[in-house]
Design a protein around this ligand. Structure first.
Ligand SMILES: *[C@@H]1O[C@H](CO)[C@@H](O)[C@H](O)[C@H]1NC(C)=O
Ligand SMILES: *[C@@H]1O[C@H](CO)[C@@H](O)[C@H](O)[C@H]1NC(C)=O
Ligand SMILES: *[C@@H]1O[C@H](CO)[C@@H](O)[C@H](O)[C@H]1NC(C)=O
Length: 641
């Protein structure tokens, strides 16, 4: 008893000393800042005026300012209202919506698909399937026999013959999960061979000039077939039977002998910034955060989600995302072959289907339900996970997204970085030897203008660490060191920056209002669960997934830039900041509920199967020699009598 008593006393007196020292340091820091205040305020005023000339008069009364996020939310509301009006409720309407949007007849058995979707009470809006057509269009330029052979020769294939499924070489369990999805619809499907990528990483990096020429060819063919089939009666109305499956010989064109960034860059359109950006050769150097105003931004917030996710539009991601720095594995091809997978970079040519992780019920990714009503959730942001994102090392970890994110949520590190910066105003002049004396692996708030009406407000900046301390919790559960250590809680080169906390169940996370979601080695498999949780997902990713055409940023979730320069302003907008503005709790609650309610309608397991069903019908048509004259036209024949 005595012992533990003195231990408590010891901790207390330590706390008092610690507090004294901390407050003294802070007082000195504040005094220093104060002497600098006038020029900084003046500079901030200029930045502000150049950003919002029309709002400049509001500069002195920032609380009256309409926040840019209010505009983004308003636009998103309109986008969703427009989308929902397009819902179709019978096959005639659905087939016509298809013809209008896709420029050809729906694939054969479209009526079977429609009936299946309707029997599952699906929301049927043609736009929700746009993703499929982005993925499949280039394949129209490849001969059907070539697609068939390439698909069939892959090591992991699910074959359908006479409505029965066979799995080839099912070494990896993931293909079993796709098999399980397909089982639900096998009796409706045509003969086809589907090749699946069972790796985390996407595989196909076809150079953009090649893809562009394929797309042009595909569109020309579409036009030609539109001229041909003005007579619906000439249309081929079902799929051909295929011979029994035998694996044809196919030379493996996959390799890992090049860097993922050079592959990515080659697949970006010629007019995107990545094609002309310098290649970062020295990934051991100090990362630069000179990316304050991303091209996709609206006053610093993500306005164009497609560009925000694209490495082609954000070439700095080559040095600020683990997938480009050192993926855990790389096995890529530059040939267009039909390969199905759960996620990809926007430059990749893999064909997306729902990821197995969303199908299985692993506690780690989809556990729990939304126990908490909004008002009982804690007013804060929460993240906990492993230090993945690729293979980080002693000299590269500062460039990894999860490390950056967790550091930005750590008030001690933010404070240290602010202090270090006040001593060394120009990081450009640092040599790399000094670099590593500076712990900083993230952009500071004053490296981009403050958004919420009070740019450069030094009091607000000074308060940031305290604000973070009371509103944000993020930590790792495993440091994933390389080379590996025996203890997941220890990694010599990151130990002084991160402390490991125990893993917690998904539904404990749902007790917090804001749930940021950050890429790991590839897409984050938690995303669907977060959308369903009734908390507000704040999403940053470079990965595309099957659900992309179904989710509207700022209506169903909050988008975040991959460098996280917008992180603090996003969080402060929703959670509020004393003396600057109130919390936008109502906005947060509404987006969280809209996301959850929509996910319960269009991201159900039924919806995954319905999506896969549509992909298979389209793909089987692409593989058929008669593909240009194949289609579903029953509705036209009936109405023509
Ligand atoms: C399909 O739905 C539309 C709009 O609700 C309606 O006008 C049309 O009559 C319906 N067609 C059939 C065949 O039921
Ligand atoms: C987003 O940016 C891309 C590429 O610049 C552009 O094609 C697209 O139309 C933009 N989307 C929106 C909604 O503005
Ligand atoms: C926050 O940063 C400090 C200093 O780098 C570190 O000691 C601490 O473990 C970090 N906290 C977490 C939760 O990672």
């Amino acid at each position: 008893m005595l012992r533990s008593g003195s231990a408590v006393l010891g901790t207390r007196s330590f706390r008092v000393v610690f507090l004294l020292v901390t407050s003294l340091t802070l007082a000195c820091f504040a005094a220093w800042i104060y002497t600098k205040e006038i020029p900084i305020q003046e500079a901030a005023r200029k930045v502000f005026q150049s950003l919002w000339p029309s709002h400049s008069k509001d500069y002195d009364t920032p609380k009256s300012l309409r926040h840019p996020i209010d505009d983004l939310i308003e636009t998103a509301n309109e986008d969703f209202q427009r989308l929902i009006l397009k819902q179709t409720s019978n096959i005639t309407e659905a087939a016509n919506a298809y013809r209008r949007r896709r420029g050809r007849h729906p694939p054969p058995r479209f009526d079977v698909w429609f009936e299946f979707a309707q029997s599952k009470n699906a929301v049927i809006i043609e736009d929700l399937f746009d993703r499929i057509y982005d993925d499949l269009t280039p394949f129209w330029a490849i001969a059907p026999s070539k697609i068939r052979n390439a698909g069939a020769s892959w090591p992991e294939v699910i074959s359908i013959r006479n409505r029965a499924l066979t799995v080839q070489k099912d070494k990896r369990y993931r293909i079993e999960l796709w098999h399980d999805m397909l089982k639900r619809i096998a009796k409706y499907l045509p003969d086809v061979d589907l090749a699946f990528n069972t790796m985390d990483e996407s595989r196909l990096f076809v150079p953009s000039e090649t893809i562009d020429s394929y797309v042009v060819e595909a569109l020309n063919m579409r036009e030609a077939s539109q001229r041909l089939d003005s007579l619906a009666r000439n249309v081929v109305m079902d799929y051909p039977l295929l011979p029994a499956y035998t694996r044809p010989f196919h030379e493996n064109s996959f390799g890992s002998d090049t860097s993922i960034w050079s592959l990515t860059r080659r697949s970006c359109s010629v007019n995107t910034p990545a094609r002309n950006a310098d290649i970062i050769t020295d990934l051991a150097s100090y990362p630069s955060f000179d990316v304050a105003s991303p091209s996709h931004g609206y006053h610093g917030f993500v306005a164009n989600w497609t560009t925000a996710k694209s490495a082609c539009h954000n070439p700095h991601l080559q040095g600020l995302h683990g997938s480009f720095i050192e993926p855990v594995s790389l096995s890529a091809s530059t040939e267009l072959i039909p390969l199905f997978g759960g996620s990809k970079l926007s430059v990749n040519n893999d064909i997306l289907v729902p990821a197995p992780r969303y199908w299985e019920n692993q506690e780690r990714f989809s556990g729990g339900t939304d126990w908490y009503v909004w008002n009982r959730k804690k007013n804060g942001a929460f993240w906990r996970g492993i230090a993945s994102g690729g293979r980080h090392r002693e000299d590269t970890w500062r460039r990894f997204q999860r490390h950056r994110f967790v550091s930005m949520c750590n008030h001690t590190q933010v404070q240290a970085a602010m202090y270090a910066r006040s001593r060394k105003p120009s990081i450009d002049t640092l040599s790399s030897a000094q670099d590593f004396a500076d712990p900083r692996n993230f952009p500071l708030a004053d490296e981009r203008p403050r958004i919420d009406g009070n740019p450069g407000d030094m009091n607000s900046s000074l308060r940031l660490p305290y604000w973070i301390e009371s509103h944000v919790q993020a930590s790792f559960t495993d440091l994933l060191c390389f080379p590996e250590t025996n203890n997941p809680a220890s990694c010599p080169y990151t130990d002084s920056f991160f402390s490991v906390k125990p893993e917690i169940k998904m539904d404990h996370m749902y007790a917090h209002k804001l749930l940021p979601d950050i890429d790991g080695n590839s897409f984050s498999g938690r995303y669907r669960a977060l959308l369903l949780s009734g908390s507000l997902p704040i999403k940053a990713t470079i990965y595309d997934e099957w659900h992309d055409s179904r989710l509207i940023p700022w209506f169903h979730f909050v988008p975040m830039d991959n460098v996280f320069g917008d992180l603090w302003d996003l969080l402060r907008y929703f959670l509020g900041e004393e003396g600057v503005h109130e919390a936008h709790d109502e906005e947060a609650r509404r987006i969280a509920e809209q996301g959850r309610d929509w996910a319960k309608k269009v991201l159900r397991k039924h919806d995954m199967v319905i999506y896969l069903f549509r992909v298979v019908l389209e793909y089987a048509r692409l593989c058929s020699d008669d593909r240009e004259s194949m289609g579903y036209v029953d509705d036209l024949l009936q109405s023509a009598g």
